[in-house]
Design a protein around this ligand. Structure first.
Ligand SMILES: Nc1ncnc2c1ncn2[C@@H]1O[C@H](COP(=O)(O)OP(=O)(O)OP(=O)(O)O)[C@@H](O)[C@H]1O
Ligand SMILES: O=P(O)(O)OC[C@H]1O[C@H](OP(=O)(O)OP(=O)(O)O)[C@H](O)[C@@H]1O
Length: 317
């Protein structure tokens, strides 16, 4: 099938083709009931049940395609969006709009130096070699540091705004190896658990950007209604993953204490039960807090506390 000729009437949705965000994005598409079959080695897949085509692209390239309006929707890291924005500042018609913070892919772009070295602050890297995959953000970061230093009367050399003194070099991956290989005095790279950084004998001395995955759209999508529909579905899946449904029985006298523990997103649903003086409560609770909430509810006199996974949802995040 000539896929390219099937694209003209379809909304284009870019998804990371590899890396940390790939599988979790596929799970999100499946949770949103976007059904597709990707032929091996093809970076385009037609969605069977909507006028949408998925395009599988490197996360770093997605802001470019969406920003130029070639692709309508995309998922990538906020770090990649910021990196692109420094290189190509948005205008009224170009650039991306963030629709939704997806919560996963949480990491920080950090300045890192050898743990046992003499450099302790980012200012000490000025004029030295810094290696990164995020050249634009790194140049801006050190450019701003250099400006601050130049504004300091003790440091000013009177030459006016100079070109960047710090030498920023691009590498596409394994950035953490650059210091050990003698190519860099410091690096700017992503950190999540910190394992990669520690294994390379590095430590973080500053944060350039904090990032999570985001759903982005172009400024003039071809089918805004379909963009809203997909955004609503994805929001529903993300909310469902973030919350669980907690139900319990409690004496009406203790209800106000229990409401403080489980205020819910709007308010808990309270139903009367057959037994005099008791009510049944059902309420959404953030998954990461649910164990503490159950302990507190028990102390407040709640009984039959049950927690259920939410498959999908339509509620404001
Ligand atoms: N360790 C991490 N933890 C969480 N999110 C991360 C991590 N590393 C990267 N990310 C996020 O995922 C995005 C894509 O990074 P990743 O390195 O996975 O992509 P890639 O370079 O395309 O893939 P690969 O590294 O497999 O070649 C980053 O821009 C960032 O937002
Ligand atoms: O703090 P951590 O949990 O160790 O994660 C950080 C690492 O994850 C990313 O690399 P990835 O493993 O995706 O490979 P890459 O270096 O080839 O980009 C990032 O570039 C770091 O190297």
């Amino acid at each position: 099938m000539d896929l390219v000729n099937h694209l003209s009437d379809r909304l284009l949705f870019a998804v990371p083709k590899k890396g940390r965000l790939h599988q979790v994005c596929l799970d999100l598409l499946s949770g949103s009931d976007l059904q597709f079959h990707r032929h091996s080695r093809l970076d385009i897949a037609l969605v069977k049940n909507h006028l949408i085509a998925l395009v599988f692209l490197p996360a770093a390239d997605i802001p470019t395609f969406v920003g130029e309006g070639r692709v309508d929707l995309g998922i990538t890291g906020r770090d990649q969006v910021r990196e692109h924005e420094v290189a190509v500042p948005p205008t009224k018609t170009t650039g991306v709009e963030e629709i939704l913070d997806l919560g996963f892919g949480r990491c920080k772009l950090q300045v890192q130096v050898p743990e046992k070295g003499v450099i302790q602050t980012p200012e000490q890297l000025i004029g030295k070699n810094v290696v990164t995959s995020f050249v634009n953000l790194t140049e801006k970061y050190f450019g701003d540091l250099e400006k601050v230093q130049a504004a300091d009367p003790n440091e000013a050399n009177g030459d006016g705004p100079a070109k960047l003194k710090t030498r920023i070099k691009y590498v596409g991956g394994s950035v953490e190896a650059a210091c050990a290989l003698g190519v860099a005095d410091g690096i700017v790279d992503l950190v999540e658990s910190g394992e990669t950084m520690r294994a390379a004998g590095l430590k973080a001395i500053s944060t350039v950007v904090e990032s999570t995955a985001v759903l982005i759209k172009s400024k003039h999508p071809t089918n805004p209604e379909l963009v809203d529909l997909i955004a609503g579905r994805i929001r529903g899946v993300i909310t469902a993953q973030k919350y669980v449904l907690c139900t319990y029985n409690i004496k009406r006298d203790s209800l106000s204490a229990a409401r403080k523990i489980t205020p819910g997103k709007r308010a808990p649903t309270v139903n009367s039960v057959e037994e005099e003086g008791w009510v049944a409560v059902s309420v959404m609770v953030e998954s990461k807090q649910v164990a503490d909430v159950m302990d507190e509810l028990e102390k407040a006199g709640a009984e039959d506390i049950l927690v259920t996974k939410i498959e999908n949802s339509r509620t404001k995040v």
